[in-house]
Ligand binder design. Structure first.
Ligand code: UDP
Length: 464
């Protein structure tokens, strides 16, 4: 970093207040700042103190639940409505705060979960860029449904679901909002609303990269002319051009960094299984038992991130019974671990950030997706990018320990392990290339920055 702001372009970046959204958007803000644009990160009151990223300004906005956000609202519909009302008002105030200063806001880069931010941007005559934090494949599916180009499967006989650019999807591959639309009406409405006002967006970005998903967006450019700018992973793990950029600079929980790296020190290369289900997934008691006993049965060393609230689900006496082989922590610096030579594979819930991080760091995976977009992400990891395997679930949807252990063995030591590791290495190089100077994502970000700078001089966005 350290690049001075050489122009008056000023971007306000607005995330949805969850770890998996704050991280990629703050990374984008840092990337813009490294290219000389002033970046302000506008985040909710209760997430404000978790932001430690350098070279960007941070400002509060309100979702109407300023003490604890969603945990306080407890209802998705209520939270989203309140965020729209209070977020629109406070984002407006933020834009006004910078009017008549030397750095008025030029553009709002908003999380696509918050389409109202585009309306606010337009009311103030500033540019609006949507930022999608999931895969292009997932964008493709929901965009088609929004535009009536894809019918939701109503019966098993309607499957597999065929979407251009995506391998045929069976029941177990479908995002849960599509498989059970009646169970998640507020989420489903939000996923579709991401495409509601795009006609007025000046730019749209997806956190993915061309080599990874170019096939997926072909044929959808009329409705979704999105640009791929990812992977938004701290620079130290990719191109290294942003000095000291080793973490996102936003942790909603305190990472137990030293404890983890110390424990890994004595472990041979590629011998440890790293297990994490991200910031939101809550395993069923049954699935928790299968994972726990499967890890023990495998005989492999493992480092398991289990959030505090999840730890009570561990079988009684489990911790003691695995203390020779396993370390269980509440939160870690995931990137630091994935980059550690001792880690041999990543047992993941396939959240999109974890997916991009495993690809960017070349770590093979065992997929245990639980809900939402994790299911199609797992399909791509296993079948398209071929960097891992997914255990078959039983009729109750539970991946049993025998299946799980078999998958661990395939990835860690089986004959296919070498092929999978080779593929993981290939994607790591391609991810690095995409964000390095002149790479596909880097060129788009440069275009964006140049447009903002020339718009700043001429009052018009050239090249959009
Ligand atoms: N993460 C972390 N420490 C942990 C577990 C997860 O820093 O112990 C980070 C991880 O690196 C990723 C994010 O949390 O960037 C999780 O995002 P993802 O999209 O994978 O899943 P979500 O939490 O949104 O389900």
């Amino acid at each position: 970093m350290g690049v001075q702001n050489q122009n008056n372009a000023h971007v306000v970046v607005l995330p949805y207040p969850a770890q998996g959204h704050i991280s990629p958007l703050i990374q984008f803000a840092k990337r813009l700042a490294s290219k000389g644009v002033k970046a302000t990160f506008a985040t909710t009151h209760y997430t404000l103190s978790s932001i430690t990223a350098a070279n960007i300004a941070v400002e509060p906005i309100s979702d109407g639940f300023d003490e604890a956000g969603f945990a306080q609202a407890k209802d998705v519909g209520l939270f989203l409505t309140s965020f729209k009302t209070n977020g629109s008002r406070t984002l407006s105030q933020l834009i006004e705060k910078f009017e008549n200063t030397t750095s008025p806001v030029t553009c709002i880069v908003y999380d696509s979960f918050l389409p109202w931010a585009l309306d606010v941007a337009k009311q103030h005559g500033v540019y609006g860029a949507a930022f999608y934090t999931n895969s292009a494949a997932v964008c493709n599916i929901f965009c088609r449904i929004h535009h009536g180009l894809l019918e939701l499967p109503v019966k098993m006989e309607d499957l597999p679901l065929v979407v251009p650019g995506i391998p045929p999807m069976n029941c177990r591959d479908l995002p849960s909002f599509i498989r059970f639309p009646e169970s998640y009406p507020a989420y489903m409405a939000m996923k579709l609303s991401q495409f509601s006002n795009l006609k007025s967006a000046d730019w749209m970005f997806v956190n993915t990269f061309e080599a990874l998903e170019s096939e997926v967006v072909k044929g959808l450019t009329d409705h979704f002319p999105a640009k791929m700018i990812g992977p938004m992973v701290p620079s130290a793990y990719l191109d290294g051009r942003i000095k000291g950029d080793k973490g996102y600079g936003a942790n909603l929980w305190k990472p137990l960094g030293e404890e983890c790296t110390k424990w890994l020190e004595s472990k041979p290369a590629q011998s440890v299984v790293y297990v994490s289900f991200g910031s939101m997934v809550s395993l069923t008691d049954e699935q928790m038992e299968e994972v726990a006993w499967g890890l023990k049965q495998s005989g492999m060393s493992f480092l398991w991130v289990l959030r505090e609230a999840e730890q009570s689900k561990l079988p009684i006496g489990y911790r003691d019974s695995v203390k020779e082989k396993g370390l269980i922590v509440t939160w870690c610096n995931q990137l630091e671990l994935l980059a550690n030579q001792a880690i041999g594979c990543f047992v993941t819930h396939c959240g999109w950030n974890s997916t991009l991080e495993s690809l960017s760091l070349g770590v093979p995976v065992v997929c245990l997706p639980q809900w939402a977009d994790q299911l199609p992400d797992a399909k791509f990891l296993e079948e398209v990018w071929e960097v891992g395997v997914r255990p078959q679930e039983d009729e109750k949807g539970v991946a049993r320990r025998e299946e799980f252990v078999k998958c661990l063995e395939v990835v860690m030591e089986g004959e296919r392990s070498q092929v999978i590791r080779g593929n993981a290495g290939k994607w790591k190089n391609l991810a690095r290339e995409a964000v390095s100077e002149g790479g596909s994502s880097d060129k788009i970000i440069d275009d964006f920055v140049n447009c903002l700078i020339s718009a700043d001089k001429n009052g018009d966005l050239k090249g959009f």
